[in-house]
Design a protein around this ligand. Structure first.
Ligand code: AMP
Length: 541
């Protein structure tokens, strides 16, 4: 028996239709790298997206064809999210920070048919064009370019009198590759339904608390993990967007002030950069309402500094494989009665699952044993739900640890508290085991970056004749600041167990990063392949 409700597939085009109809005049502001600012609104985005869908159809793009983009955050890129999906295609946002071999692999593996790109990436496009085998059409967002039509000129040929390509809610709408630290990048193919459900969930008050009067500055790029779902969710609520091609602290702070931004979303590095800039210039954070951080653990020092300005902090955890948001640092009942230090401490863990995401931690050596939700037993974190990956794009088998029960292994290690609070303690791919006990490289790194002279720190395990492995800490000092290995260890001794202290601290000029800006432990381990642990450790007795 069917229910008695109307037939409405959950399709992302409905988000833009709603935004244009109910919030048509809500502004979308874009600041280019040269400082030029342009303004449009949700009605304008829809007008452009419909014309783009028409232009794509004219190129023969239809059901499930992949449309690639290589772009920073701006309104034309935003229109592309609906232009590609509205033509029935799949939006494939490519991360321009990846290496050439990965960029070649990704576009060919995705079989992108069209590529829309920023003029700033012209050298990259010129380099890769001979290696990309499926891209037949090039569109430059910023105007006509060699062998590419300009975006505005391309869509200007269309009349905007068209309807979105019809389809079902389980059709694919977006493809994102996750670079990881080993092997080829893997594609995660989101569906219309999964994307729409995710947009609804991330907008809720315990998550990003989005509403029509929100003014959102997504520092997280559109090409990273589906922009954390912000583009879709922003349309759903009719939020104002402020986009910036530059992530320079001064530029972002100026935009926050002038555009009256209420929500800023960025990885911890963004928050650290903003705070360091303010510290150096003696300025204060503009009065935003909400600071959202994800992608890496958010240090308590950052949470505290942002919360002191009166802003709410939401620490979120997720993965490209989970659309990406899966948990948010929910404020528990009695929040207002907590003292400031307790409130800061409550934001350090990664938070609680968004409905209907489910999480569990299983024993690291026995994946069939679920560890108790006691807040202290750590295990491999697994996730399942309607916006968690089932199978990577073109993979021959499902990606899940347990196909019958649909648990996906996140590669993260976490404790889960009795109230469901997830606290990440490490990653299975990056764990240090010493004397049969686990050492959390994440916590060592977090503790180290809390030192005022440390810009960045990475802990890696080194073979040790007695303990199996011992951690070393690789550190980049802040410019003009000094700290010795012994001083740093003395500092760490106040924050971590004594046996966790690194056997050595190595100072370097830079730590290698992956294309998505995370520390590349794989490259770092390679760099330290011939490293020999010092006889005398710098450990403080
Ligand atoms: P990505 O797919 O590139 O977004 O990477 C996802 C991974 O980033 C997760 O599996 C975690 O290892 C890490 N990650 C994401 N959010 C957080 C967070 N809030 N705290 C610590 N690690 C995080």
């Amino acid at each position: 028996m069917l229910g008695g409700m109307q037939d409405w597939d959950l399709r992302v085009s409905a988000l833009l239709d709603h935004a244009a109809r109910e919030h048509g005049a809500r502004e979308i502001v874009s600041r280019a790298a040269d400082g030029t600012e342009t303004r449009t609104d949700w009605a304008g985005i829809r007008h452009d997206a419909v014309r783009m869908a028409q232009a794509l159809r004219r190129l023969g793009i239809g059901k499930a064809d992949r449309v690639g983009t290589l772009g920073m955050n701006h309104s034309r890129h935003l229109a592309t999210w609906w232009g590609a999906t509205g033509a029935g295609g799949v939006l494939h946002t490519i991360n321009p920070r990846l290496f050439d071999d990965q960029l070649e692999y990704i576009a060919n593996h995705a079989e992108d048919r069209v590529l829309l790109y920023d003029a700033a990436f012209q050298p990259l496009v010129d380099r890769l064009r001979p290696r990309w085998t499926t891209i037949a059409h090039y569109v430059c967002f910023d105007g006509p370019a060699p062998d590419a039509v300009g975006f505005d000129e391309w869509i200007a040929a269309e009349d905007g009198d068209a309807v979105w390509e019809p389809g079902g809610e389980r059709d694919p709408c977006m493809l994102c590759y996750t670079s990881g630290t080993t092997g080829h990048p893997k594609g995660v193919l989101y569906e219309h339904r999964s994307t729409l459900l995710h947009a609804m969930a991330v907008s809720l008050p315990d998550a990003l608390a989005l509403r029509s009067r929100s003014c959102v500055l997504p520092v997280v790029p559109m090409f990273h993990a589906a922009n954390w779902g912000l583009s879709w969710a922003g349309a759903m609520v009719g939020a104002k967007f402020v986009f910036s091609a530059s992530n320079e602290a001064a530029v972002l702070l100026d935009l926050m002030r002038r555009e009256k931004v209420t929500l800023v979303a960025g990885v911890p590095t963004v928050w650290l950069t903003l705070l360091q800039h303010l510290e150096a210039t003696g300025g204060t954070l503009p009065p935003i309402e909400h600071a959202v951080s994800g992608g890496s653990a958010l240090p308590a020092a950052v949470i505290e500094a942002v919360m002191r300005t009166g802003a709410r902090v939401t620490h979120a955890w997720g993965m490209t494989e989970t659309s990406p948001v899966a948990t948010t640092s929910v404020e528990p009942p009695g929040w207002d009665e907590l003292d400031f230090a307790a409130q800061v401490a409550a934001k350090v863990p990664q938070g609680r699952a968004l409905f209907p995401i489910q999480l569990r931690a299983v024993d690291l050596d026995d994946p069939h044993m679920v560890v108790p939700r006691d807040g202290t037993s750590a295990g491999a974190l697994q996730v399942r739900g309607p916006w968690a990956v089932k199978r990577y794009f073109k993979a021959h088998k499902d990606a899940m640890h347990d196909d019958a029960e649909q648990w996906f292994d996140t590669g993260d290690v976490a404790t889960i508290g009795p109230d469901g609070t997830v606290r990440l303690t490490d990653r299975t791919k990056d764990v240090i085991k010493s004397g049969g006990e686990w050492i959390s490289s994440v916590e060592l790194e977090n503790a180290a970056v809390a030192h005022p002279a440390v810009a960045e720190a990475a802990a890696i395990g080194m073979p040790h004749p007695r303990w199996g492995e011992r951690p070393i800490l690789v550190v980049v000092r802040k410019p003009g600041m000094d700290v010795s290995g012994a001083e740093l260890c003395a500092f760490l001794a106040g924050h971590v167990a004594k046996w966790w202290l690194p056997d050595a601290v190595e100072f370097v000029d830079a730590i290698p990063h992956t294309g998505t800006g995370k520390i590349s432990k794989k490259d770092l381990r390679e760099q330290f392949r011939d490293y020999v642990l010092p006889e005398a450790s710098v450990r403080i007795a």
